[in-house]
Ligand binder design. Structure first.
Ligand SMILES: NC(=O)C1=CN([C@@H]2O[C@H](COP(=O)(O)OP(=O)(O)OC[C@H]3O[C@@H](n4cnc5c(N)ncnc54)[C@H](OP(=O)(O)O)[C@@H]3O)[C@@H](O)[C@H]2O)C=CC1
Ligand SMILES: Nc1nc(=O)c2c([nH]1)NC[C@@H]1CN(c3ccc(C(=O)N[C@@H](CCC(=O)O)C(=O)O)cc3)C=[N+]21
Length: 279
């Protein structure tokens, strides 16, 4: 049976440390501030934003959530971002993705000041990551690296396979594993014989967005399986991309959904916001 990687517990420990640190910062008159801009009423986004709000409150981060109607124009949204770029009480700006179709997400991410880009999605921060000197790191892959570290899983020399090549998860994930000297294979929807490729992995990271897609045929016995997926089944229950009950007996380590990668993503967002206020 696989050992469970408890993201929720680890995120709780990180949150507790941040809470202490923020109370010390407040004695010096510093209050970390985070703004989340949520455009439209994507129900999935609402849950994430709610969890971020709860976590920020717990830590003592000044948290602003702007719920903006989908009818906002691109120019109006860019103006809001510019105002937060100038606002000294705000150390982190996050624009929840996806955005409505009439708004160019690339333009929006480019408008966030790289120093306040606690998501690590700005092309400057992405570039820094890919040349090997990161400052802000995309929170989901960053949280995954923290989980590996906490469970003493050493990527060096291991074969890592990443399924999914999005800018927010798959690509930065592969880069972080590469920086830790793993031998990394990136796979996607055009990969031929994906189960055979995945079966080579000592560390398998799955970020596809299809419930229960990864079955035991994808997993080498003893492998570390990290499930990024957040999907709803026919009953509305939250499920990962990995068929947990089937893979768990084969894997060496596995992350659950919920309680795995999700809480760590939020913890890293808080960490990068506090780090910014510290500077
Ligand atoms: N827990 C967390 O904190 C987070 C969870 N998520 C979740 O992770 C999942 C992935 O998110 P994200 O990276 O944004 O997704 P995207 O939809 O942006 O990308 C999905 C990737 O999966 C690949 N893919 C799709 N179908 C297959 C297939 N049948 N075989 C192989 N590869 C496939 C796509 O390939 P191609 O490029 O060829 O189209 C693409 O590269 C979602 O469930 C999302 O909700 C996302 C962010 C944070
Ligand atoms: N600019 C931007 N940055 C993001 O980081 C970002 C985004 N846009 N868009 C959407 C994805 C998704 N995402 C999640 C974060 C936390 C949970 C999370 O807290 N999950 C919990 C509970 C979920 C629940 O119970 O509903 C868990 O897995 O245990 C999930 C998903 C961040 N994303």
């Amino acid at each position: 049976m696989a050992k469970l990687i408890d993201g929720k517990k680890l995120a709780g420990e990180i949150t507790a440390q941040l809470t202490e640190e923020v109370s010390r910062m407040k004695e010096k008159g510093i209050v970390p501030g985070l703004v989340v801009l949520l455009v439209g009423d994507n129900p999935a986004s609402q849950t994430y934003v709610k969890n971020k709000e709860i976590s920020a409150k717990k830590i003592g981060i000044h948290s602003v959530v702007e719920r903006i109607p989908a009818s906002i124009t691109e120019a109006e949204l860019l103006a809001k971002i510019e105002a937060y770029n100038q606002d000294e009480t705000i150390h982190g700006i996050l624009v929840q993705l996806p955005l409505p179709k009439h708004i160019d997400a690339d333009k929006v991410l480019l408008a966030i000041h790289p120093k306040k880009d606690v998501d690590g999605f700005h092309p400057y921060n992405m570039g820094q990551l890919f040349i090997g000197s990161p400052d802000k790191i995309p929170c989901t892959p960053y949280g995954i690296m923290k989980m590996l570290e906490a469970y003493q899983i050493e990527p060096e020399g291991k074969k890592a396979v990443v399924i999914g090549r999005s800018n927010i998860v798959g690509k930065p994930m592969a880069q972080l594993l590469l920086m830790q000297n793993a031998t990394v294979t990136m796979t996607h929807s055009r990969t031929q014989d994906l189960p055979a490729v995945a079966r080579e992995a000592d560390i398998l990271v799955v970020a596809i967005g299809r419930g229960n897609f990864v079955t035991k045929e994808f997993v080498k016995p003893g492998a570390v399986v990290i499930d990024v997926g957040m999907n709803r089944d026919e009953n509305g229950k939250l499920i990962g991309d990995v068929k947990f009950d089937e893979v768990e007996p084969v894997a060496g380590f596995i992350t659950p959904v919920p309680g795995g990668v999700g809480p760590m993503t939020i913890a890293m967002l808080m960490e990068q916001t506090v780090a910014n206020a510290r500077k």
